[in-house]
Design a protein around this ligand. Structure first.
Ligand code: DHB
Length: 388
């Protein structure tokens, strides 16, 4: 064969793969699959896989391809992976982000590359302001801390010590709880903070035991709650008359059953419970457990599930166009029913609007659950709402 003919055949044989590459939409999913935050990675990865299995991998004529990367929850690694996914893999969307520093480290890349950054887990209010390409499907800490403060003030709690992880979401939880509790007539005795990495709760718990407030308000990130509760019990605080109140990150569905009966009765506020009473959630919990050896889905998982719903919905609206500005425009104002209840994306802030539930830990059929008993509907991030 002539060289020219060979070249023509070679060109033909590469054509189909070029065409299919153009017809596929890549999503770079960056999660902590190992390290302290590994439960967050596992939950979100499982939710994304379940979403793909249930909804299929074709949207608006495009094939969806998810590329999973483990950032070990080290923000420098997150940033490098985001850069590689944009430059080498040409992803249309960056998604995941187990902790605030990882989401923040990626924001300049999202801005430069004009690629949407779908935040599925992190909860510091300011993340959505770090780039016009950030859209959040998780939660903010103020969303749950303000209703928790309101409930406490209305239910006979007068003196509170706050105890939070010393980084973005913890500082938001501390400030939003304290401001609301004081405005409602309560007293904050002390604001205590503990390191986010490898926390030792003993010294701060001793302080709380000595000061004897009516309640201790706590935020620790997902994956750390069981360790906190263990030390709370070891120091005898569960029997000291100091009530434990918290954001639902502490009584995390992923770990709740291992915390033991000492947490029965703990009041907390959050966006999702595996016990949420809706047909959509029952189907979600059943399918999630079936696909993951009985693992119970937690609030991180729904951030992943809804992140996929957001990306699929936006692609449908743009008819498969992956232009980042068009995708973000399509995401603004989207609304749907999540396993957690009705949610939407605030078109002004690109942040999630969702119900917050006040829950009580109860034992049902031998298992511990966060049972919702009050609903605050359609909560916008209070930190951003206060700036307006
Ligand atoms: C963040 C991480 C968590 O695991 C959590 O429960 C809440 C917030 C964060 O880093 O933003």
């Amino acid at each position: 064969m002539l060289r020219r003919e060979l070249l023509a055949i070679a060109a033909l044989s590469v054509l189909p793969s070029v065409a299919s590459a153009q017809d596929s939409v890549k999503i770079g999913l960056i999660l902590p699959m190992t390290g302290q935050q590994a439960s967050t990675g596992k939950q979100i990865d499982a939710a994304v896989k379940l979403y793909l299995a249930q909804k299929g991998t074709t949207v608006a004529g495009k094939k969806i391809e998810v590329i999973l990367k483990d950032d070990t929850s080290v923000p420098d690694v997150t940033k490098r992976l985001a850069q590689e996914l944009v430059v080498n893999d040409k992803v249309a969307v960056l998604a995941g982000f187990g902790i605030t520093p990882s989401a923040m480290a990626t924001a300049p890349i999202a801005t430069q590359a004009k690629v949407p950054e779908v935040v599925m887990a992190a909860g510091t209010s300011s993340i959505t302001e770090a780039s016009p390409f950030v859209v959040r499907t998780s939660f903010t800490l103020a969303q749950s801390s303000v209703p928790m403060a309101e409930w406490a003030a209305r239910n006979g709690i007068k003196k509170v010590i706050t105890l939070v992880s010393d980084y973005g979401p913890g500082i938001d939880a501390e400030k939003s709880f304290s401001d609301k509790f004081k405005a409602d007539g309560g007293t904050i005795v002390e604001n205590l903070r503990i390191p986010m990495r490898s926390p030792d709760f003993a010294p701060v718990l001793q302080k709380a035991a000595d000061a004897k407030p009516d309640a201790l308000f706590v935020f620790v990130p997902s994956g750390t709650g069981a360790q906190f509760v263990k030390q709370f019990i070891e120091r005898g605080l569960d029997k000291s008359g100091v009530k434990l109140i918290a954001t639902g990150d502490v009584t995390d569905d992923d770990q709740l059953n291992g915390m033991g009966d000492a947490v029965v009765g703990v009041i907390n506020a959050h966006n999702y419970s595996a016990a949420h009473d809706s047909a959509a959630n029952k189907a979600y919990v059943e399918a999630f457990k079936k696909a993951n050896g009985g693992l119970r889905p937690n609030f991180m998982s729904v951030g992943g599930w809804d992140g996929m719903e957001l990306i699929y919905g936006a692609l449908k609206k743009t008819n498969g166009d992956t232009n980042g500005e068009k995708l973000v425009a399509a995401m603004k104002g989207m609304a749907w029913e999540s396993p957690r209840g009705p949610i939407s994306i605030d078109p002004d802030t690109r942040d999630i609007v969702q119900n917050i539930y006040i829950r009580k830990v109860e034992k049902k059929d031998g298992e511990l659950y966060n049972v919702e008993f009050a609903t605050i509907p359609n909560v916008k991030d209070p930190v951003k709402a206060a700036k307006k």
